[in-house]
Design a protein around this ligand. Structure first.
Ligand code: TYM
Length: 337
């Protein structure tokens, strides 16, 4: 059965509270498409240590992210859920790939440029620079054909494809499958509520920046009601940067309600102003998150179930990952142990 389904891999860093951006850009499309894919979804804990981190928080968040995958409808009988560090092949392949990665490719990555700009140049960790190599290893180990992610990961996917092609050229065309990116039609780039020209991010500390998947209804209302808009009153989709706040609210509404842009604009044509729009967006978000939050509470009553599931997931993932790693090691000239 799995033979006819396309292999898929994706992951989220347990580096903060998951936002509705993570949900709309990634997890929602994972859940919606899981019947047609042979899917592997990992919690990418090794990626979360590329910036300063707290060990206790990393442990807690790793389990939390796995529970959120399940609560959002990722079905462990259809998809494999696991923790990246439980499958040692990720670190091992990352090293083999690192040695084939030109430094110039890494310096070009916009995520590296953005994140490193916030730190003292010489104290930026090497891990932050080589992060895309680890991400490439995650994907290539599973010979994934499709990688469902939000818009901000496009460049990392291009990098992965380039690296896979380089390896195939050096070690045989069938070494790695060249993966395709899959971006959702709505919600691929949710912007910050406090600053609609910057991407909504789980690592941004500002209180009114993001709605988290596990936020209480009142908190969601408050954040959305206080979101930054402009001084106009027209409620229409727009790519004009000065209208980015309203466009972002409409995009969130569209992604949660799955309505067409025309239907949404028609719906809001009689609204009295942005206040009405904000109220409607808040209620749509609350309503969509409510069943997820309920299921999350039930699932986390006994974390042993989650840990058991992650152990099973890792075992299944390991079998595939180790097979790919062994082929690459052999082709690169390592003696088998
Ligand atoms: P991360 O943890 O930053 O984000 C996880 C997923 O959420 C999407 N996303 C968004 N989508 C829409 N709007 C937003 N504001 C928004 N913010 C985040 C991201 O595009 C991503 O799909 N490098 C990856 C993690 C990773 C990975 C992988 C992904 C590591 N290995 C292998 C796919 C395959 C990252 O930092 O995602």
């Amino acid at each position: 059965m799995t033979q006819n389904r396309k292999r898929v891999l994706s992951g989220i860093q347990p580096s903060g509270n998951l936002t509705i951006g993570n949900y709309l850009g990634a997890i929602k499309q994972w859940a919606e498409n899981q019947h047609r894919f042979d899917a592997y979804y990992c919690v990418v804990d090794l990626h979360a240590i590329t910036v300063e981190h707290d060990p206790a928080q990393l442990r807690e968040k790793t389990r939390e992210v796995a529970a959120i995958y399940l609560a959002c409808g990722i079905d462990p009988t259809l998809s494999t859920i696991f923790v990246q560090s439980h499958v040692k092949a990720h670190s091992e392949l990352a090293w083999l790939l690192t040695c084939q990665t030109p430094l110039g490719w890494l310096y070009r990555m916009t995520q590296f440029k953005d994140k490193s700009a916030k730190q003292e140049a010489m104290s930026v960790s090497t891990g932050l620079l080589s992060y895309p190599v680890l991400m490439a290893a995650d994907i290539l180990l599973y010979q994934a054909e499709v990688v469902p992610v939000g818009d901000d990961q496009r460049q990392h996917l291009e990098f992965t494809r380039d690296l896979a092609q380089r390896m195939n050229h050096l070690y045989g065309e069938d070494t790695f499958t060249i993966p395709e990116v899959m971006i959702p039609p709505a919600g691929a780039r949710i912007m910050g509520l406090d600053n609609p020209t910057a991407k909504m991010s789980k690592s941004e500390a500002a209180q009114l920046h993001a709605v988290y998947i596990l936020d209480e209804p009142d908190t969601i209302r408050k954040k959305i009601m206080k979101s930054v808009t402009d001084s106009g009153k027209e409620i229409q989709f727009s790519d004009d940067p000065s209208r980015a706040g309203v466009n972002n609210l409409l995009t969130i509404y569209q992604a949660f309600t799955s309505q067409s842009a025309e239907a949404i604009e028609a719906h809001f044509s009689t609204a009295r102003g942005y206040g009405d729009l904000k109220k409607a967006v808040a209620e749509a978000v609350i309503e969509s998150l409510q069943p997820i939050q309920q299921r999350y509470r039930e699932l986390t009553e006994d974390v042993r179930n989650i840990d058991d599931l992650l152990a099973q997931g890792a075992e299944k993932a390991r079998a595939i990952a180790n097979r790919t790693l062994a082929i690459v090691q052999e082709r690169m000239g390592f003696l088998s142990a």
